[in-house]
Write a protein that binds this ligand. Structure first.
Ligand code: ZN
Ligand code: ZN
Length: 350
């Protein structure tokens, strides 16, 4: 039996925190349960799920559909696309059967690569390596989630670049319907002993082919989201604060001066696992707190603010009145003075 291997490579970087990651999690479950009810897919499709942030790991090795168990997507710091491609290549070498003189191997693997931002690692060489070996051996579909995607990078990997303009439940569901239908259609083709190449038509209300090289602003200052990691002083559990960019002085845009600030979008507890998915060696950018708007209670102990900083540079929660506190990061006792001044803070890598 020739298998049709389908790989999902999912960006689980911190900018995905909250609704986007939840939507993708549901989307993957939706795809799998849909495929499992399809007789053609059940017969040929094998699936694998890889997650990448600052670290890349295989969540589900290549598995036949009926044996697939839902996996929980992690969250980590960084978007190491280069590492993800190298890891995917290894996974393909390890699990996909090649055609030899005696045996017909697996059908051409399909890869759905999800990303919501720009790579944070040195991806150039990894892209060259990938193209040299797999350009014609694997069908890669790159899916850019949201507005921060640098398609000029994804275009170097594949002409199949799809832009999903928003990352909410409705958009992701529409995308996953399309993926599901695409995999079924491919499994029917291979059932008839053909491999077809064309993409199924897209639901243009939600997504489109990213055809042109989109112009893209360079530099980290223009990011749409900034994230911070804190720890609860009382319970020591980590949490993430995610701010999204808003145009502050729109009227100045015609003179090309755009002033942005960032508004709080999500403050939620995260798993300790976050640190194992983060590349701690990567450069950590800073941001001045004056551009941040909005605060939150601690998601764990509901203390007044989740945005207190220790001299060690880390964030913690603070009840607003205690004179002393113990930093959950460096365990030093610190005294609080309400300075009200803005400060520079280490932010996530995105
Ligand atoms: Zn707390
Ligand atoms: Zn500290």
């Amino acid at each position: 039996m020739r298998r049709l291997p389908v790989f999902f490579v999912i960006d689980c970087s911190e900018s995905m925190a909250g609704q986007p990651l939840q939507a993708v999690q549901e989307g993957i479950d939706f795809i799998m349960s849909g495929l499992r009810t399809d007789p053609y897919a059940l017969e040929t499709v094998y699936v694998s799920v890889l997650a990448y942030a600052g670290i890349v790991r295989t969540l589900v090795p290549l598995t036949e559909l009926f044996a697939y168990r839902s996996c929980e997507l992690p969250l980590g710091g960084g978007t190491h696309l280069g590492k993800a491609l190298d890891h995917l290549a290894k996974e393909i070498e390890r699990s996909v059967m090649r055609t030899t003189a005696d045996v017909k191997g697996d059908w051409k693997p399909i890869v759905y690569l999800f990303t919501d931002g720009r790579p944070t690692d040195d991806y150039e060489d990894a892209i060259s390596r990938w193209n040299a070996k797999y350009e014609n051996k694997v069908t890669l579909v790159a899916i850019g989630l949201g507005q921060d995607v640098d398609f000029s990078i994804l275009k170097r990997l594949t002409t199949n670049c799809i832009s999903l303009t928003q990352i909410d439940h409705e958009y992701v569901k529409s995308l996953c319907k399309w993926i599901s239908a695409s995999v079924v259609s491919q499994s029917i083709s291979v059932g008839n002993n053909q491999e077809k190449q064309d993409l199924l038509p897209l639901d243009e209300r939600y997504m489109h082919l990213a055809k042109e090289k989109l112009s893209f602003r360079k530099g980290r200052v223009d990011d749409r989201t900034v994230t911070f990691i804190g720890r609860c002083q009382k319970l020591h559990h980590p949490y993430i604060l995610k701010y999204t960019r808003h145009l502050q002085y729109g009227e100045l845009s015609d003179v090309n001066i755009n002033l942005y600030n960032f508004k709080l979008q999500t403050c939620a507890g995260i798993s300790e696992d976050y640190f194992s998915w983060t590349d701690h060696a990567a450069e950590k950018p800073k941001i001045n707190t004056s551009v941040l708007e909005g605060g939150s209670n601690c998601p764990h102990c509901y203390a007044e603010t989740a945005f207190a900083m220790c001299a060690c540079g880390n964030l913690m929660c603070y009840d607003g009145y205690s004179e002393f506190a113990v930093c959950p990061w460096c365990l030093r006792q610190i005294s609080f003075s309400a300075s009200g001044e803005d400060f520079n803070l280490t932010r996530g890598q995105g």
